[in-house]
Design a protein around this ligand. Structure first.
Ligand code: G6P
Length: 611
């Protein structure tokens, strides 16, 4: 959510900032802006819409070795030029970009207005720059910044420049991610590594409460108590190639096609444990809590969006094979209600980005209550990965498409591994876990078979693209996929879709069914297949159209449904991997058939770092 990039060094900042903005555009894309320090003055450009609109406004020859840039996902104030970042103080000496929400902005704005400050936007951000201006009247810039952030309530990732110190770049973080790329004679600040890796792989993670003072010769980082802190420099193994489309028309399609590899990478070096009796240790990230894992009596999964639906699939797996009672809760609900977790509960956060504000806060809340906190996270070094007691990385590689696809397959894979780990500590026999692990290894090639048949799904997407409402239905392991499928088509194609447990259909949604309201049934041949069929009969009896996902060889289903997409046979616990890919491809092709920018769906953002 909101992309930030800042540069200080010997090169011209503009191309670095512009390139950074394009790479961060998936975080927010309703407006963008850049400020450069030019001859001890700050020049700012802002534009509504995509980064390409901003690019049209700036002469590429504009020079400056220090600058900040921002791509916005609006929270306070509509997307407009005046609300776009960077924001400036009254004297036009300070320019600032922000990610997060300043909760006490109204109060601060009132106070600053009384002191004569004039505001030109509706944003919460603008108060920060005026607050620094006010405090800097009697203090050094660093002192003013330190005091200003102390007065802020809410979350922020900030990058700031001032014409009073033209050779400096400042940044501060609380709750919103910010990292510092350390190059030779140059530094790049960004809200994620994709804007940095083409320049340097050396990264410093800023922690909450920290402020960085950066010059072309080096940087100092101060903690919340204003003490200079030594920071470790990490090496990220993210390549520039990984953040490009590599011949695919969209990141989303590239990432759907990476699903087989996402599963392979998740299993690599981990699944072996379950294939032979002396098959090695449990996943490395869990070793430090191996004994504690044996003592837990309950799991609570917290997550948002697609990660939440992966968590729901995890509940079915964990309860069936490990016997551990498992609940799944939206992170945003978990954190604000009284819950009953204790030291025998493991609270498991699932997050692709590792930065989702609600999920992060849920984990912090769980820690306070003494629970063991675990993470299934894709982004290495992200805040959730760092703050959980232990966890398993997905290793799915960067996911750029705003709608999550390969991360989902990866999360499902890790959930199976976690289930097998906890199951072996409890009731699962070696032969049972081996049988499951063997089948799990076959999943990537089964997904590949679906991808080879992509044109079948493409044709169906064209056929059904004109419908404006859908019901997605499934039972047991297919229920979370019905929810995920409905979410995906909503996000990408702006089609109204509801995911339901197929058994619930008769308790309400059936009232909607007619020839204009189709149903997408996830109906693999499994222990609840006959029950799912009954639901289809009920839809048919009301003239509803049916598109179904079924297991290869099930010819009979054709008598009942209008269209069918076949998936390879798999154990019922794993069919979700396969039907998920079908729903992802279907949403992609409906979205592209309607001419939408599926990588940047309207109103959405990839990493939601505000509540
Ligand atoms: C946003 C994204 C979704 C994602 C959700 C959770 O809403 O658009 O694709 O599933 O956040 O994100 P996380 O990074 O925590 O998995």
């Amino acid at each position: 959510m909101c992309g930030i990039v800042g540069y200080i060094g010997k090169r011209n900042a503009l191309p670095v900032l512009m390139d950074g903005l394009k790479r961060l555009e998936y975080r927010g894309y309703d407006s963008a802006g850049i400020s450069l320090v030019q001859k001890k003055r700050i020049k700012t450009w802002r534009a509504v819409g995509r980064v390409s609109e901003l690019e049209k406004k700036i002469n590429i020859e504009e020079m400056g070795n220090v600058g900040i840039a921002h791509t916005r996902w609006a929270t306070h104030g509509e997307p407009s030029e005046k609300n776009a970042h960077p924001h400036s103080d009254c004297g036009k000496n300070i320019s600032l970009v922000h990610n997060g929400i300043i909760e006490n902005y109204a109060e601060l704005k009132k106070l600053l207005s009384k002191k004569g400050h004039r505001f030109s936007s509706e944003t919460d951000t603008e108060v920060v720059v005026h607050l620094i201006e006010e405090l800097a009247k009697k203090k050094t810039f660093m002192e003013a910044l330190t005091e200003a952030v102390r007065l802020l309530e809410g979350t922020y990732g900030l990058a700031i420049i001032t014409s009073k110190e033209p050779g400096k770049l400042y940044c501060a973080r609380k709750g919103s991610p910010l990292i510092l790329g350390v190059g030779t004679d140059e530094f790049i600040v960004a809200s994620d590594a994709s804007a940095i890796v083409s320049h340097t792989k050396k990264i410093v993670y800023l922690e909450d409460g920290e402020i960085a003072e950066i010059s072309p010769d080096g940087f100092n980082i101060f903690n919340a108590k204003n003490h200079k802190t030594a920071k470790q420099i990490f090496e990220v193994n993210l390549t520039d190639e990984q953040v490009k489309k590599q011949g695919f028309p969209h990141f989303m399609l590239k990432e759907i096609f990476q699903q087989p590899d996402a599963v392979r990478n998740a299993l690599r070096g981990r699944v072996e444990k379950f294939l032979s009796e002396d098959g090695g240790p449990i996943p490395g990230g869990l070793l430090c809590v191996e004994k504690r894992l044996k003592k837990i009596r309950r799991i609570v999964i917290v997550a948002c969006g697609t990660s939440y639906y992966a968590g729901l699939a995890g509940k079915y797996l964990l309860e069936e094979f490990s016997g551990l009672p498992t609940e799944v809760e939206s992170a945003s609900e978990f954190r604000y209600r009284k819950n009953t977790i204790d030291e025998h509960t493991a609270v498991l956060a699932i997050s692709q980005s590792g930065e989702t504000a609600d999920t992060l806060e849920a984990i912090r809340e769980a820690k306070l209550k003494g629970a063991l906190t675990l993470g299934i996270v894709n982004t290495v070094g992200s805040t959730i990965a760092r703050e959980t007691d232990a966890g398993i990385y997905c290793h799915a590689g960067p996911e750029i498409g705003v709608a999550s696809t390969k991360a989902f397959s990866s999360q499902l894979s890790i959930l199976v591994l976690l289930t097998l780990t906890l199951g072996r500590q409890r009731r699962l026999s070696f032969s049972e876990s081996k049988a499951l692990a063997t089948e799990l290894q076959k999943i990537p090639e089964k997904i590949e078979a679906i991808l080879r048949d992509k044109n079948t799904i493409k044709k169906l997407a064209k056929k059904y693209a004109h419908f404006s409402d859908w019901l997605y239905l499934g039972r047991k392991y297919s229920f979370p996929i019905a929810l995920e499928g409905a979410l995906k088509i909503k996000e990408i194609s702006y089609v109204h879709a509801e995911g339901y447990a197929a058994g619930e259909m008769k308790h309400g949604p059936i009232a909607l069914i007619d020839e204009k309201f189709p149903s997408f049934f996830i109906a693999p041949t499994d222990s609840v297949y006959e029950k799912t069929m009954s639901g289809m009969q009920e839809v048919k009896a009301r003239k509803g159209k049916i598109l179904a996902v079924a297991t290869a060889g099930n010819k009979k289903i054709k008598d009942l449904v209008d269209d069918v997409v076949y998936i390879p046979a798999a154990p019922e616990a794993f069919s979700s991997f396969l039907s998920a890919t079908v729903t992802h491809l279907f949403a992609y092709y409906v979205g592209t058939a309607k001419g939408y920018d599926v990588d940047r769906p309207r109103n959405l953002a990839k990493s939601v770092t505000v509540e």
